[in-house]
Design a protein around this ligand. Structure first.
Ligand code: FAD
Length: 412
């Protein structure tokens, strides 16, 4: 079959959240999900995998097992969009027509943009990256095998998904080095392209204190541009003045530059001038094509790119697309909700939650910038269930109503 009421591109977090919400309403054979991968990864767990607190095995399920009844799975990649004529073309050359399209293609990892990074990830067991399996499997091995010297953690000069992840793994490494009695042999460096620890000041201040108290050497506006694994050197550019800093590493956790997928950016009618899918930030409807919606990491929504953000976005998208299908006005408005459980050591989390204006939008009526054990268990033990049983099944819409109840109706 090559003609659908709804086609969803991407079987990741956003793709399944939306597909599950519409499967019953639209009925058998009306929805197709286009996704090339056999395995679906719960990427938020990668920090815990790299930190030795979960296994990679626990972080994925077969894509087919998440597919709601009656939904067709097109096991292929999208190669072309023809938004004016309502069809997409897959890599294998199949033309698939739609009435409505949802784009949820995530973010592209551009490891090749750091000279020598892929070589180092391939050949040096002490170079790792939580952002992609199988590199994430190298992280805990590197932490365990660390003996002495510089342990370096980086954040690139582009938007990334889960902007807290590059430093969460650093705090877990710090924990393990201490537990193994090796911390005094380690110099931990955080080199970030950002001018601060985190986009929201409240959490940035708290994280700066954490880093200071752990004896971590932090430098802002430093961008990793090259890795020389034969000489074990990481080369950084100072983004303020162009100066070069070369650091020897014993262990290096690197995060690649990221972008909207190339298949999208080559279609200038689909992306905005900054190269992200151009949606209305209130409704999630495409600005040019009213029968296209998008959510998640590939969009230009001015908020932090997380699965938590996708949970709130999926509900807004559902309500607005439903309204459109029923010929009613679209009323749901996205508030920019996003969240980042910032693991600061084994057993502690600062739970960052905020909206469009970078203002905290906290669920619990307590100071969430404080390191808390309760939040750690929420992240490690509860959120995986919320993901597999709630979010990708279309049942979890973010904590908006819980937040209102816990704040006795006085929260946004
Ligand atoms: P994805 O879930 O990445 O899905 C995109 C899908 O599109 C993929 O399945 C891909 O195969 C598919 N696709 C790509 N190109 C094509 C194509 N051409 N044709 C068809 N399909 C295609 N979020 C949190 O909320 N909390 C956290 O603690 C957290 N920690 C993280 C830690 C790490 C290390 C990482 C990597 C991510 C973390 N995230 C976290 C972020 C979260 O995983 C993403 O924001 C979320 O998955 C975004 O959902 P998405 O649907 O936009 O993209």
């Amino acid at each position: 079959k090559k003609d659908y009421k709804l086609v969803v591109i991407g079987g990741g977090t956003g793709g399944f959240a939306v597909t599950s919400k519409f499967a019953k309403k639209l009925g058998k054979g009306q929805i197709a999900v286009v996704e090339p991968n056999e395995e679906h990864y719960y990427q938020s767990m990668f920090t815990l995998v790299g930190g030795g607190l979960k296994t990679l095995e626990q972080a994925h399920r077969p894509t087919g097992s998440l597919l709601p009844d009656g939904v067709d799975w097109i096991k292929d990649s999208v190669a072309e969009f023809d938004a004016q004529n309502n069809f997409i073309v897959t890599q294998k050359g199949d033309k698939v027509r739609y009435d409505f399209l949802v784009i949820a293609m995530g973010i592209q990892l551009n490891y090749e943009k750091i000279k020598g990074a892929l070589d180092a990830l391939k050949h040096d067991p002490m170079v790792c990256s939580n952002y992609r399996p199988p590199f994430v499997s190298k992280t805990f091995e590197a932490i365990k095998n660390f003996k002495e010297g510089n342990a370096i953690f980086t954040l690139p000069n582009t938007p990334i998904k889960c902007a807290g992840a590059p430093q969460k793994i650093m705090y877990l490494a710090d924990y393990h080095f201490r537990a193994m009695g090796k911390r005094h042999n380690a110099n931990i460096y955080y080199r970030t392209s950002l001018p601060f620890m985190f986009t929201v000041k409240k959490y940035a201040d708290a994280l700066f204190e954490v880093a200071k108290n752990r004896g971590i050497d932090v430098a802002f506006r430093r961008c990793l541009i090259e890795v020389k694994h034969e000489s074990k050197e990481a080369i950084f550019e100072d983004l303020e003045n162009g100066n070069i800093e070369t650091l020897k590493y014993a262990m290096l956790h690197l995060v690649p530059p990221m972008s909207c997928p190339d298949v999208l950016t080559k279609h200038k009618d689909i992306v905005d001038e900054t190269g992200w899918v151009d949606v209305n930030k209130d409704t999630l409807q495409h600005k040019k094509y009213p029968n296209i919606f998008a959510l998640g990491d590939c969009t230009n929504l001015p908020t932090s790119k997380t699965a938590a953000a996708v949970s709130s976005q999926s509900r807004v998208l559902q309500r607005n697309l439903n309204a459109l299908l029923d010929g009613k006005p679209m009323k749901a408005v996205y508030d920019g909700y996003t969240s980042c459980p910032l693991i600061t050591t084994k057993g502690k989390v600062i739970m960052a939650e905020f909206g469009f204006d970078q203002e905290p939008l906290e669920t619990f009526p307590i100071n969430q910038a404080k390191e808390r054990r309760f939040m750690y268990h929420l992240k490690k033990d509860f959120m995986p269930h919320l993901y597999w049983k709630g979010l990708v099944k279309g049942h979890w819409n973010g904590p908006k109503y819980l937040r209102r109840i816990l704040h006795l109706g006085m929260s946004k």
